[in-house]
Design a protein around this ligand. Structure first.
Ligand code: SAH
Length: 371
């Protein structure tokens, strides 16, 4: 069974930094303390953070509000970009998959999903990773084949936004924690990353434009409900019975549906924010009329919406067992399923399959090229 504790321990080996510090790991109050240690006034911290996040100055020598000596000290002591672009691939639908190498050679992927809105504005959503690999072993997900290498540092999580903006030459407007890994198993780094990306007068992204997706780590959902960060929460539900959910997602053996849904309910009551249920449709497994009835019941417990996700094939990971038998629900049945939920008053969307041709769609991130 899953070693949840173990995941917590695995971090970037500090020796890889050769005595330098990851600037993106510092919360504002921590950077203030460091400035005091360096014999600087506290407000230098704010100037550095403003230069780094609001003005995207990755080279401290370009932080012209700082005195020259401090600029030099920052340039010597800080690593400001812990991700190196290895390759990027653009899909015919505009999705861009970026492969990054970390300082210790581990690799992660981030995906840009551009979308033109009806009101003429354009949204550029970055799907970011929180772990190199993932320990959860969901049957349908390609990342599972990597197992967990390690948790990402805060700087490596926020850094994906800064790095992606450089690669793409455009600003990110929305962030979804739906790349590699389970964000709530890297809780501290993820919450710190959210604090940093929403810091200041000109944040990298607004809290309401951030969605965290979890496979359902109950104690972490309870804890998240108490944080003062107003992000959106999505739960990877994918089944309406414990029996099927346990076969698809080993983590479901740890917390049953009732316990999990009760935690979502408490999350809603504590935050007042509607929740999202993600539901991948698997042919003949979780797409029956009985599933619709149970899903409606689940969705009605608290204000929520349902995101139906077409199953993206993961044959390229050579799956075995149940994973090898999973098939996408046919298009017509997806339409019926969605229509039935909507008739029952459940706000339901079909999540588009952006980037399927370049293995950049949900659940296809496994450091591979195209399927
Ligand atoms: N660990 C987190 C976030 C990563 S997965 C979580 O489980 O929510 C992001 C979303 O993609 C989840 O809803 C996940 O269940 C879904 N997903 C995984 N594999 C998929 C696949 N092969 N096809 C479609 N969606 C998939």
């Amino acid at each position: 069974m899953l070693e949840l504790g173990q995941a917590k321990m695995r971090r970037l080996n500090p020796e890889t930094l050769g005595g330098r510090l990851l600037l993106g790991n510092f919360l504002p109050e921590e950077l203030q303390a460091l400035m005091v240690e360096w014999g600087q006034p506290r407000y230098r911290a704010e100037q550095i953070l403003h230069g780094y996040y609001a003005e995207r100055r990755l080279d401290p020598m370009e932080m012209t509000t700082l005195p020259l000596v401090l600029r030099q000290q920052c340039a010597e002591r800080f690593v400001t970009m812990p991700l190196k672009l290895v390759t990027h691939t653009r899909s015919s639908d505009g999705t861009v998959k970026m492969l990054f190498e970390l300082l210790d050679g581990n690799r992660v992927e981030s995906v840009l999903i551009p979308r033109e809105m009806r009101d003429g504005r354009s949204r550029r959503t970055l799907c970011i990773s929180t772990q190199a690999g993932c320990p959860l072993g969901c049957a349908f997900c390609a990342t599972a084949s990597l197992k967990l290498r390690r948790n990402l540092e805060t700087a490596e999580i926020v850094g994906q936004i800064l790095a992606a903006e450089r690669v793409l030459g455009e600003r990110i407007t929305n962030v979804v924690f739906m790349g590699m890994g389970e964000p709530l198993l890297n809780y501290d780094a993820v919450v710190r990353a959210v604090r940093l990306m929403t810091w200041g007068q000109q944040p990298l992204v607004a809290p309401r434009h951030i969605t965290l997706s979890t496979a359902g780590i109950v104690p972490a959902i309870e804890r998240l409900a108490q944080e003062s960060i107003a992000i959106k929460l999505a739960l990877s539900l994918h089944a309406t019975t414990d029996n099927l959910r346990r076969r698809l997602m080993p983590i479901a053996r740890r917390w049953d549906l009732e316990t999990l849904l009760a935690a979502m309910e408490r999350y809603y009551r504590a935050t007042g924010r509607a929740v999202t249920y993600e539901y991948i449709l698997f042919d003949g497994l979780n797409d029956t009329d009985a599933d619709i009835r149970r899903l409606v019941k689940i969705a009605r417990r608290v204000p929520s919406k349902v995101n139906v996700i077409p199953f993206h094939p993961i044959d390229f990971t050579n799956p075995t067992g149940l994973a090898a038998e999973l098939r996408p629900t046919p298009r017509e049945r997806i339409a019926e399923f969605v229509a039935a939920l909507r008739r029952q008053g459940i706000p339901t969307m079909v999540r588009s399959s952006s980037g399927v041709d370049i293995a950049a769609a949900c659940g296809q991130l496994a450091l591979t090229a195209a399927p």
